[in-house]
Write a protein that binds this ligand. Sequence first.
Ligand code: ASP
Length: 443
Amino acid sequence: MAKVVKFGGSSLADAAQFRKVAAIIKGDASRRYVIPSAPGKRNNDDTKVTDMLYNCYRAVCEGRNPKDEFMPIAARFNGIIADLGLELSLENEYKKIIADFRKRVGDDYAASRGEYLNGIILAAYLGFDFVDAAKVVRFNAKGEFDADFTNASIAGVLGNKDNIKKEYAVIPGFYGATPDGKIKTFSRGGSDFTGSIVAKAVKAELYENWTDVSGFLVADPRIVENPEVIKVITYRELRELSYMGATVLHEDSIFPVRTAGIPINIRNTNEPSAAGTMIVRTPPKDDVSPVVTGIAGKKDFSVIHIEKDGMNNEIGFIWRILGLFETLQINFEHLPTGVDTLNIVLATSELNKHPDITDLIREAARPNHIVVEQGGLAMIAIVGRGMVQTRGTAARIFAALAHADINVRIIDQGSCEFNVIVGINEDDFEKAVRAIYNCFALS
Ligand code: ASP
């Protein structure tokens, strides 16, 4: 049996947090493979080590002395080592990092050292082997993640549930290396992804992702007071919610475990007795899912309204517009259509890439009428596997919005039937999320 356990930066911010982490790991012998982040913030005014490293490297590139700049970072790690009472010195590691900074090895390398050094400390504290992610997590020469190579090399070093090669190990998150040894990182928050690829490679029974919240919440706690924790959510539901702004987990980290059918359990290092959220491929047989699993949304969308007489009969009209979008590399979100009308909903940042978009659409598709509504639109996704074949869900959503005096501008129900998306004025965003939450929380 093997579980992969990933601890985020706040779980490893100082020695007291390290102690909690060790107690969690030692509390279950199947927690074999540990993925640490770099130390995070100890309080609101603190700086994450990863940010310190980026800043430090930037300062070095601007001509500052690497040794001086690196000192506060070394002090942070030395503080943890001393507080844990470890017989460990990282002085040689620091020297190498400073020398590498002098050689301008790149900011990916710089940022990765937070996970690397934290991994060495955690391995020493737990008495586990340390496996440098640069040896097992591979990017190709173009800098793209090489999933097959990585899967095979992690399995080669750690083994899998039928053939364990290393019983216990710490593998730092967030980075890997290209074939010539150059360090490359995933995007920010990427240790979640490392955890997922390790879980897949060792065929783990479970991927536990330990953070500072007791799971995914039904709605954003900055908007809804004390929202409930989601007990079970499917990967598909989660994908819809995270795409719409619910962030606990790095977006890409779902994919490796999802294909392997390994559940993810979001847990809270500061409240280890809480069951957290289980993310699963298929809901359990005795699933008693609520109608709405979660609500998430984002602001700052725009709409392009296009009208063309006889659009319904003109073959290729939408294709011409989307072809233009491909050429211009504009991403859009939704495409509600009427008989002779087409609305394109897109993030305002995408729209802003091409201020001349109206002219370009006119040229490409010759519509009768085109209006761009720049910004001001918010989109809310109401997601729930319990909605499938439950009558009246949409009615309840729209009644809740109507009672809150909110005008619905766009409606889109995913063909999967477990996702209703509504577009409303940005100013109504918080009110709308609360109205929908209250309507379903009281059910
Ligand atoms: N330390 C990295 C970051 O702050 C990666 C991670 O924590 O997952 O983004």
